[in-house]
Ligand binder design. Structure first.
Ligand code: FEO
Ligand code: CA
Ligand code: CA
Ligand code: CA
Length: 626
């Protein structure tokens, strides 16, 4: 492992530790299908730009929400439009109970202090309301090793307590927030406050419960597991539960036996002999795959949590499949079935849909709806049509629904799903059957197959070879029915840099030098049908990315296609996670890993330790903000 391991992103780790095999016969597949790279391909896809004709952007004229767009910048602070304000709500290491220790910039905390405090790397989040109180559930995706272990010369965990701190920095933080002196603050000692970490007891539910491949020495029944980690995007169900989605779960496993034979199934999910710098196996043997080879099969799921019942046991919902889950967008179809749209964020992986077996009952008991149902995977055709391919034993050749729930990627490959440019968040329009998904980027597009060897030809919703900017695909289910097999798709926006490029890398017509961005990731509709786009991309502000500045949040009108920059985050951060107060007058926004490359100190400034932070954004006139 290189010296600078702790400064690499997940993406960089993955490429370093598990580079894709060179394609075998892949170029042949590409040329046989006569897919074209670059501008020609984008021109073809351009036929599908805009279900409604996209119009040029006009500053300040944005339907539901009007604001003066923010210019790109590289400042180490948050920028919002005139007439809006922001404040910090909570940052990594802030205690949730009065017996917790205030964040210590020198030691950066201990295992014990971290277990009583907000985790690192704030990501997906949602608000819940009870008796006039506001409860935030927030994913703490992973920890920035160079930051949380900045007290160590190596920037890495060096002993068992360091590992304990790292595990406690992961998972989910649930806590009440309230207004104190005009500002949103965590309510210390609230009965709702809870930390769910990489060691919290979980129940395994659904088709894979009790599967032989999930049985371990500690859990011979394969029905319970410990912990959730690398929780990226989220979901929120209409029955008031929170969905935490396990993404890069693989990077925590390692082998004490250097000659251990890593299985093909492990390789498909990126599990290998070395972890990504967390060293969990040094203090917790279950992360040693040579001793507990089934342990990785117990991660990579959507976890359902009741945030208003601190004693509830989180449930791993295996019916929703096992892959690198980004978020879980829940809609109730017209026929009452619950539909969950989910991306698998890895280069060349797939887009999935779950349809519940049962139907939603307003005010009834919906607690088992994610227990069983039908899983399918998307195939996009060049002509703007698409279909959901059922993942059944018959269609996949796999032995059982339980096998498909555990090895979902292989099932997708078996039915010929479309390899995508890293599906990140999915968001469904609140007013009509129309769904959007960020395809963040994919430097391997048209160059290398995915981990399963599936080709990644240029075309369809993935129109650019070596895609560095990303795009947002959207689809309309046939007949407005989220459970229909067919859909129509187009590209809502193709990100690019029109100041640097005049080919496909300039982006679609609704990208201008004033609103340009790269690597769309977080994607959330507000209650009024405004679409919020959050980015996790290159912030160097030079070369291909000149003029794009720090990562940001943009507001888009799905009807006109107009996009305006609303917020710019601090240096080196990713903007991810978005939800609202009950009165819609406050917007909570997540700022993940500011300063994690060593060049920023948000939120404290000076030479303080940079910390992932949830901020609150409000309008100065007290109006609603989505
Ligand atoms: Fe954790 Fe795909 O972002
Ligand atoms: Ca993400
Ligand atoms: Ca991302
Ligand atoms: Ca991230």
């Amino acid at each position: 492992m290189p010296d600078n391991v702790s400064e690499l992103s997940f993406d960089e780790f993955d490429e370093l530790n598990d580079p894709r095999a060179e394609p075998t016969g892949f170029e042949h597949v590409v040329s046989r299908r006569r897919f074209l790279g670059g501008a020609a391909a984008l021109g073809a896809a351009g036929a599908f730009f805009g279900l409604g004709a996209l119009r040029p952007a006009h500053a300040g004229d944005m339907g539901a929400l009007s604001f003066e767009p923010v210019a790109a910048n590289s400042l180490d602070t948050v920028t919002v439009p005139p007439g809006f304000s922001w404040q910090n709500v909570i940052a990594w290491g802030d205690p949730l109970w009065s017996d917790g220790a205030p964040f210590d910039h020198a030691t950066r905390g201990t295992g014990a202090s971290q277990e009583r405090a907000f985790g690192d790397n704030t990501d997906g989040m949602a608000t819940f309301f009870i008796d006039g109180r506001t409860v935030l559930a927030v994913n703490n995706e992973y920890v920035n090793r160079s930051v949380i272990y900045g007290n160590r010369a190596t920037g890495l965990p060096e002993n068992a307590d360091d590992v304990r701190k790292g595990k406690a920095g992961h998972g989910v933080s649930v806590f009440e927030v309230g207004m104190a002196d005009g500002a949103w603050r965590p309510v210390l000692d609230s009965p709702f406050n809870r930390r769910i970490t990489a060691d919290a007891p979980m129940e395994i539910t659904g088709p894979a419960r009790g599967h032989d491949m999930l049985k371990t020495a500690a859990d011979p029944a394969g029905e319970t597991s410990l912990g959730t980690w690398n929780n990226c995007g989220n979901g929120r169900t209409p029955w008031g539960t929170y969905l935490a989605c396990e993404e890069n779960f693989n990077g925590y496993f390692s082998s004490s036996d250097p000659d251990y034979g890593v299985s093909d199934a492990m390789k498909r999910y990126g599990v290998g002999l070395k972890d990504w710098g967390y060293a969990w196996a040094t203090a917790d043997e279950r992360f040693d795959i040579s001793k507990h080879p089934n342990e990785p099969n117990r991660a990579g799921y959507v976890v359902e949590i009741d945030p208003l019942d601190p004693d509830s046991v989180p449930k791993k919902r295996t019916a929703l499949g096992r892959f690198k889950h980004e978020n879980a967008e829940v809609v109730i179809a017209a026929n009452g079935h619950v539909v969950v749209y989910m991306g698998d964020d890895e280069r060349g992986e797939f887009l999935y849909r779950f349809i519940s077996e049962g139907r939603y009952a307003e005010g009834g008991d919906n607690s088992g709806l994610l227990e069983s149902g039908a899983l399918s995977v998307a195939r996009f055709a060049e002509d703007g049509s698409g279909e959901w391919m059922a993942l059944t034993p018959e269609a996949t050749g796999m032995a059982s629904i339980a096998d498909i729930a555990v090895f979902t990627r292989m099932a997708g490959s078996a039915v010929g799903a479309t390899t995508m440019d890293r599906p990140e968040w999915v968001a469904a329009h609140p007013g009509r059957a129309e769904v959007y998904c960020c395809l963040t980027n994919n430097k391997n597009r048209g160059k290398k197959p995915n981990k399963g060897g599936d080709p990644t030809p240029v075309g369809g919703p993935n129109p650019r070879k070596g895609n560095i900017y990303g795009q947002i695909v959207r689809w309309r289910p046939a007949g407005g029915d989220h459970t229909a097999a067919g859909f129509e798709w187009d590209l809502f926006v193709v990100a690019g840099n029109p100041a640097v490029h005049d080919d496909a890398n300039a982006g679609s017509a609704n990208v201008t030098p004033d609103n340009m961005f790269n690597s769309p990731d977080g994607l959330v509709f507000d209650s009024k049908g405004g679409l919020w786009i959050q980015t996790d991309g290159n912030f160097k502000n030079e070369g291909d990315f000149a003029g794009q500045g720090n990562n940001q949040m943009l507001y888009a009108d799905p009807d006109s296609g107009e996009i305006h920059r609303f917020l710019v985050g601090p240096k080196e951060c990713e903007v991810t996670g978005l939800c609202w107060s009950m009165d819609r007058k406050t917007m909570f926004v997540g700022l993940q890993h500011p300063g994690n490359k060593g060049g920023g100190h948000f939120p404290g400034g000076g030479d303080t330790t940079p910390r992932s932070t949830v901020i609150a954004v409000t309008r100065d006139d007290g109006g609603e903000i989505g």
